[in-house]
Unconditional design. Structure first.
Length: 260
């Protein structure tokens, strides 16, 4: 099942995507809900971020081997193989939806890059969850672009490198049934494929992160966790359009513009 949030006639609702249509739903994926009204063409609604998370978690260390091996090309320093899942945070205020513009601040350098990441959406509250039970707490998956300003990332004000307004595109929807072992992650810049890797080629998977996280913190419905990226992202510039596609999840597309 594909859940989305959409705006139509000035109202934001949850819906279920069925082919080229979206079926409006009263309620949410995390509560009781029911279908109502007629299906609407997807082309005639505005997709919102698929969930506004109570807490936005992120892999707090590098989670793909090639990304670690090639870190000197990205940040100018050696990477270390993690010995356990690292957990960090991102700002909810940085979230934007499919097709909304990423706005580069006026004082940003030209070292601005996408990061194509699988995002886990939590479906129910839990704590002290063993790894073999984690799947019972996952509603589904979506796509996140962990957009980054690399010069800022190594500065004393590193928080802005990933948390500036518009730096976290999310969407286009939540897929509850995903075959991760069959999934590939592709990135296209202006229609050209610039990155292609196996999505599930992670050092630590969702069960590792969630089991460790819930040792200390309670997860709640709507929380999201992004799980890292692979390879070496390329610089992008204002005027470019970034598309991230993950098999079974669709395409997250966002144009890049410069702040005026």
């Amino acid at each position: 099942m594909r859940w989305c949030r959409f705006q139509s006639d000035g109202k934001v609702s949850y819906g279920i995507v069925e082919g080229r249509y979206v079926q409006p739903v009263a309620g949410t994926p995390f509560t009781r809900h029911r279908k109502y009204g007629k299906p609407l063409p997807l082309s005639r609604v505005h997709l919102q971020i698929p969930v506004f998370p109570p807490t936005f978690y992120a892999a707090g260390n590098l989670n793909y081997r090639e990304h670690i091996a090639r870190l000197p090309e990205i940040l100018g320093r050696e990477g270390q193989m993690p010995t356990e899942p690292g957990i960090g945070y991102r700002a909810q205020s940085a979230l934007i939806a499919h097709d909304e513009p990423i706005i580069i601040p006026k004082d940003a350098t030209d070292r601005i890059q996408y990061e194509a990441e699988l995002c886990v959406v939590i479906g129910k509250e839990g704590k002290h969850i063993p790894k073999d039970k984690v799947k019972d707490y996952i509603l589904g998956y979506t796509i996140c672009n962990d957009f980054s300003e690399r010069t800022w990332q190594t500065s004393t004000q590193s928080w802005r490198s990933k948390n500036a307004d518009t730096f976290k595109p999310l969407g286009p929807w939540i897929e509850t049934d995903l075959d991760l072992d069959a999934a590939r992650t592709l990135v296209r810049i202006n229609g050209k494929v610039v990155q292609d890797f196996r999505t599930n080629n992670m050092i630590y998977d969702a069960s590792d992160f969630i089991s460790l996280l819930t040792t200390y913190a309670t997860i709640r419905p709507g929380d999201i966790i992004i799980l890292g990226t692979d390879g070496v992202p390329q610089n992008v510039k204002p005027g470019d359009t970034i598309e991230i596609e993950i098999t079974g999840l669709g395409v997250l597309r966002n144009p890049v513009v410069r702040e005026t």
